[in-house]
Design a protein around this ligand. Structure first.
Ligand SMILES: *Cc1c(COP(=O)(O)O)cnc(C)c1O
Length: 406
């Protein structure tokens, strides 16, 4: 048994402070603007809006809250349906349930791993035929890669249904040089601890619709009417971001471009070290897009590689290395049992990606030594089988190394 529990843990995507954060936090403390709201919140909203080229932004307590507000602004309610990418984190679709609406899941396509325009078109045609178009389409940009926005926009515009772009994982990415998160009626970002930049927890809703963002601010602050006393005429939420956390966000935003560069370098190092191995296929980058490569992700063809993605997860875990499977498609989640789902052509792409996918440690602060440990571990596990010529035929020699390794 090869034990390595004494080796330090390598995390999937831990927070990475820039050193700029304290200045903004200190300012907040010195001026007693620690909560709620305050100048850091206003500035962070303006800075994100400017960065993504949106006219308006509202800082909130999480990416999930931002999606919830977007659905609420689009008047999604009981009896409505919302189309949503199936290959994503549950947070993309949970707010559909908060509103009592029904999600309909759309499969991925192989070039971006994101929403298949063909499956989307089929879903729309059927919904149109039944006279029940969705109230919104939630399009996710997985692991930093933009979905095929031209095709998706053209379909949604044809049916006049607004897009909520879940860019929680893709801040800093672009599609045809236009920033990720700026394509839909609403764009959503997350500053959760594992995202490319973090406020320790937080989110942002962006839009060019000033009236909608003003309403979002109102809803996120308990829907307090203009009155000298506390008066409320509609349901509200406590979703605003604190001035301290916005300070962390401002410090982080300053180094976003560096973080994207670091993540892209991490991807290319993994690619150089492993892409030649049989059965290994890295997540593609669609032409004319730039992914922030939030997580380096690949699929393993078990037959060609001789090991499965779950085997590799196991090997990595033994080495105290945190890797993850690709998101489990939402149409396969018990939570969404019975939800409608449209697959890509005659395949289930998202399901295949889930079965064979693997996310590698991709923290922008990962060291060369740590990357080497990950690569060496994978290389040992993926060592090609050795074949020997036997008098009566070709026999496969078991890879003993691999057994020793676990
Ligand atoms: C992280 C994430 C969210 C939710 O963001 P939180 O800030 O954690 O609420 C939503 N969608 C996707 C695709 C995510 O990865």
């Amino acid at each position: 048994m090869f034990k390595s529990k004494n080796k330090s843990k390598i995390y999937l995507s831990p927070p990475h402070l820039s050193g700029n954060e304290m200045q903004y936090i200190q300012e907040a403390i010195n001026t007693n603007w620690i909560a709620p709201l305050g100048p850091n919140v206003d500035a962070f909203e303006n800075e994100i809006a400017r960065y993504v080229g949106a006219t308006e932004a509202v800082a909130v307590s999480s990416g999930t809250a931002a999606i919830h507000l977007a659905l609420s602004l689009l008047d999604v309610k009981k009896g409505d349906t919302v189309f949503c990418s199936t290959l994503t984190f549950v947070a993309s679709a949970n707010p559909i349930l908060y509103q009592g609406a029904e999600p309909v899941f759309i499969d991925s396509e192989p070039e971006t791993w994101n929403m298949s325009p063909e499956a989307l078109e089929t879903a729309f045609r059927e919904a149109d035929y039944l006279g029940k178009l969705p109230k919104a389409v939630i399009v996710v940009n997985l692991y930093g890669q933009s979905a095929k926005m031209d095709e998706i926009l053209s379909i949604c515009n044809h049916y006049d249904v607004p897009i909520i772009e879940d860019a929680a994982e893709s801040l800093g990415s672009s599609y045809k040089e236009k920033p990720s998160g700026s394509f839909g009626k609403f764009g959503v970002f997350s500053f959760n601890g594992n995202k490319i930049i973090t406020t320790s927890g937080g989110g942002m809703l962006v839009s060019d619709d000033a009236v909608a963002i003003k309403k979002a601010r109102f809803l996120a602050t308990q829907s307090r009417d203009q009155a000298p006393h506390y008066q409320h005429s509609e349901i509200g939420y406590n979703y605003r971001m604190s001035n301290i956390l916005a300070g962390i966000g401002r410090g982080q935003l300053k180094v976003l471009e560096e973080r994207v560069m670091a993540k892209r370098i991490i991807f290319s190092k993994y690619y150089q070290a492993l892409s030649h191995i049989r059965g290994i296929h890295f997540m593609p980058e669609l032409e004319n897009t730039r992914s922030n490569r939030w997580l380096t992700t690949l699929i393993i063809d078990e037959e060609a590689a001789g090991v499965s993605s779950s085997d590799l997860l196991q090997y990595l875990a033994e080495e105290n290395i945190e890797a993850r499977p690709v998101w489990k498609p939402l149409h396969l989640q018990p939570l969404f049992d019975g939800a409608k789902y449209y697959h890509h052509q005659d395949r289930d792409v998202a399901e295949q990606l889930f079965t064979n996918g693997l996310c590698l440690p991709s923290g922008s602060n990962i060291s060369v030594e740590e990357m080497t440990r990950v690569v060496e571990c994978l290389k040992r596990a993926l060592k090609p089988k050795v074949y020997t010529i036997h008098p009566i035929g070709i026999n496969e020699v078991q890879n003993n190394d691999r057994e020793k390794y676990i």
